[in-house]
Design a protein around this ligand. Structure first.
Ligand code: NAI
Ligand code: MG
Length: 327
């Protein structure tokens, strides 16, 4: 069966790392057909919608979508794209690799981030010259759906359980509901849980990241804490992510368009290639996904490396080494 993959490079280094990931995918013995679609600042600058209806439609119907990054229009692109695949969880693994200089090499954490609501639900208002407000949305259904996924995630992998990060001591209604719903589902599934206040977790991550394996978080907390974890393991160039819905997924590096290095051909493609590995596994090609991970690991360890990891190689050099490692 051919898997119909939509690729959306977007802006900045998205234009560099997505072709790299496609080159890697093309060396595999998996029947993938690629359809490229447009989105991002460059589309808006040309007078279009940053997320053209056609791109939304393609993502909503593809077997999977691989996305690079969008610049200033990121929220206008990525939020509707996540909605197009009905994504309720953003899976963000953070670990380091042999040979990479990491602040906390013992870090090996997967964030399971709520992906539809919280403060990113889009309800902001300007009430007056002086006051702006934001409505934070937490629903029982989204919290439970995330928790069901978290239970499945740890059970499938024979893990002990998960940690719930929240701030229910202050946001008693919203995070209280989130916390209670997640605990309730975990208990019904016989999954062990513990909890931590999200601000305290930020400190624990900096000092003792080895104490955490799977962390279930509300939307904003997961966004911030996973970037913190990126800093612990060697940078944003290493962090992949998967936005999963009931039927399909949207796979993207955690990083953005990196305007400071865009156009120089030196972006690290690892995060995007690892996102492609998550995509393969989600489509059921576990051994192909593992081969891609192994290739990334080999190249990170032996080089060549891009400048963010202390090397001097280009995106193309790294991509060629990945393709070599796979052939
Ligand atoms: P960023 O992730 O683009 O860059 C942060 C830093 O990490 C920069 O120094 C950059 O050079 C470096 N970096 C990131 N990815 C890298 C890679 N693959 N290889 C080497 N170095 C890498 O975040 P920033 O600067 O906050 O945002 C830049 C733009 O990206 C903004 O317009 C923002 O809106 C957008 N953005 C889009 C996202 C998305 O589309 N999902 C996510 C985050 C930011
Ligand atoms: Mg982010």
């Amino acid at each position: 069966m051919t898997e119909d993959i939509v690729v959306i490079p977007g802006d900045g280094i998205g234009q560099e790392v997505i072709p790299a990931a496609v080159s890697v995918l093309e060396t595999l013995d998996v029947d993938l057909s690629f359809t490229e679609a447009e989105a991002g600042d460059h589309v808006a600058a040309a007078g279009g919608d940053p997320l053209p209806a056609e791109t939304h439609e393609l993502a909503a119907n593809a077997d999977a979508t691989l996305f690079g990054a969008a610049g200033e229009s990121a929220a206008d692109v990525i939020l509707p794209l996540r909605a197009a695949v009905d994504s309720f969880v953003n899976v963000r693994p953070a670990r380091t690799y042999p040979g990479i200089e990491a602040v906390r090499p013992e870090t090996d954490i997967v964030f399971l981030r709520e992906n539809t609501e919280g403060v990113y639900a889009g309800h902001e208002d300007r009430l007056s010259e002086d006051v702006s407000t934001l409505t934070r949305v937490v629903t029982e259904s989204a919290s439970r759906r995330l928790a069901e996924y978290a239970c499945e995630y740890v059970t499938d992998r024979d893990l002990d359980g998960f940690t719930v990060a929240h701030k229910a001591n202050v946001m008693r209604e919203t995070d209280g509901r989130f916390r209670d719903a997640v605990f309730d589902v975990a208990e019904a599934n016989g999954v062990e849980t513990d909890e931590v206040l999200m601000d305290a977790l930020a400190m624990h991550l900096a000092l003792r990241p080895e104490e955490y394996d799977v962390v279930v978080t509300p939307n904003l907390a997961g966004d911030v804490l996973s970037d913190l974890a990126a800093g612990l393991v060697g940078g944003l160039g290493l962090l992949p992510s998967a936005n999963l819905g009931p039927d399909r997924g949207l796979f993207e590096p955690v990083h953005g368009t990196a305007p400071d290095i865009a156009g120089q051909g030196i972006a690290n493609p690892s995060a995007t290639v690892l996102s492609a590995a998550m995509m393969l596994e989600h489509l059921g090609y576990d051994s192909a996904g593992q081969r891609v991970r192994d290739a990334v690991e080999t190249v990170l360890e032996e080089g060549p490396r891009t400048p963010d990891l202390g090397g001097e190689a280009s995106t193309e050099d790294v991509t060629a080494a990945l393709v070599d490692a796979l052939e």
